[in-house]
Design a protein around this ligand. Sequence first.
Ligand SMILES: *Cc1c(COP(=O)(O)O)cnc(C)c1O
Length: 395
Amino acid sequence: MSGNDADGKATRLAAAGRRKEWTQGVVNPPVWRASTILYDSVAELRSRPQDTHEKLYYGRRGTPTQWALASALTELEPGAAGTLLYPSGLAAVTTALLAMLSPGDQVLMVDSAYEPTRAFCDKILKKHGIETRYYDPLIGGDIAGLIGDTTAAIFLESPGSLTFEVQDVPAIVAAAKARGVVTMIDNTWATPLFFPAIAHGVDLSILACTKYVVGHSDAMLGAVTAAPGVWEKLRTMTHLLGQCAGPDDAWLGLRGLRTMGVRLAQHQANALKVAGWLADRPEVARVLYPALPGDPGHALWRRDFSGASGLFSIVLDGGNDAGRVAMLDGLRLFGMGFSWGGFESLAIPVDPQRIRSATRWQAEGPAIRLHIGLEDPDDLIADLEAGLARFAALR
Ligand SMILES: *Cc1c(COP(=O)(O)O)cnc(C)c1O
C-alpha cells in the first residue's frame, strides 16, 4: 500500500506511507518505541552503516512509525527526495537554515516571517557569522537586485505570519535559480495539499506539523521535505544535530494526516463564511485573507494555491487596545492561545509593527488573528458580532 504521484490528493492522503513492511499488515503503523536496536552479531552491528536511512539502526534515526509519516509527507510533495521529522515546527525551520548556511553567507529573509524564525536569525545565525537581510514580502522578481555574492539562501513564508501577504513564489524561485541560490519556504499555512512547494521549484518545504497535520492541538511536531539537490545536506545536518521526533508524536501526526484533507476543506468553507461576514462589518477596516476577492494577494493566491486554510487576521477600524481587549476577553467560542491548526477556533491580539524591519506596518486600528475551526460558522459569527459590539462601545 502506497500512493503514487498520479493519484489525486485525497487518495494519496489515505494511502501514503502505508508500506507493508512498516504496518505489518495492520492499517495504521503501530507506535514503535525504541532507543536501542539489538543486533545478532558483531558482524551485523559492524555492517550497518551510520548514515542508514529507513533501516533500524538506533532510535534517533527513527522507526517505521516516523518513517511512515515522513514518507507520507514526501508523497504529498511531487518531486521531493525525502522528509525528516523534528520535535517542533521551529526545530524544522532552524535545522533547514543551519543545513544550508555557513559562516560568511547571507540569507534573504521575508519580513513577514514567523517571529521565532526571525529571532533565530538575529540571535543565533548572527553569532555564527551569517548575515540576515530582510526583504519586502511583495518584492517578487525584484529580489534579483538583493542577491549578492554571499547570498546562499532565500527564505519565504507565504502567506506571511500575522499579515498574510502572498509572495510571488515562481518569480522568486526563478531569480534564485539563476544565481544558484537555495530557496526554502515555511509552508505551514497552505500545507502541501494547497501548495506543493517542491513542484513549484522550492528546494525545501517546511511544515509546523503541530498545526494542520496533527490537527487536534495535542502534539508538537515539525517536518522538512527536500528536493533531491539538497536532501543529503539536510539529512547530514539533521543527524549531526541529533534532531529527531518521538514515535508517539509521529503517530499522532499520521493519524491527523489522514483527515487533513476533509478538515482543511471545512476550515476553508467556515473561514470564507466568517471572513466574508467580517469584511462587511463597519467595525472592521480590513480582513487579511487572500481567499477573499478583495484581498491584495488574491490574484497570486488564485494563480498558485488550490485552497486556503482557516487562519487570517482582521484590522479593526479605529479604536484602541482596550476595545480589542474587551472584544477578545468576552468571546465564548474562540479560545485564546498560541498556535493554531486544531479543530477549534482561536483568537489573539497581534501587533505586526513590533516585528517588521524592511517594511512598515500601517493600520487603521488594532489587529486580531483568528483561526476558524470546525464549529458551526453561524455560532462563530454570533460570538464575533457580540465581540464587535463590545469593541464599538469603547471606540
Ligand atoms: C507555529 C508555527 C511555526 C512553529 O511551529 P511549532 O511547532 O510551534 O514550533 C513555524 N512557522 C509558522 C508559520 C507557524 O505558525
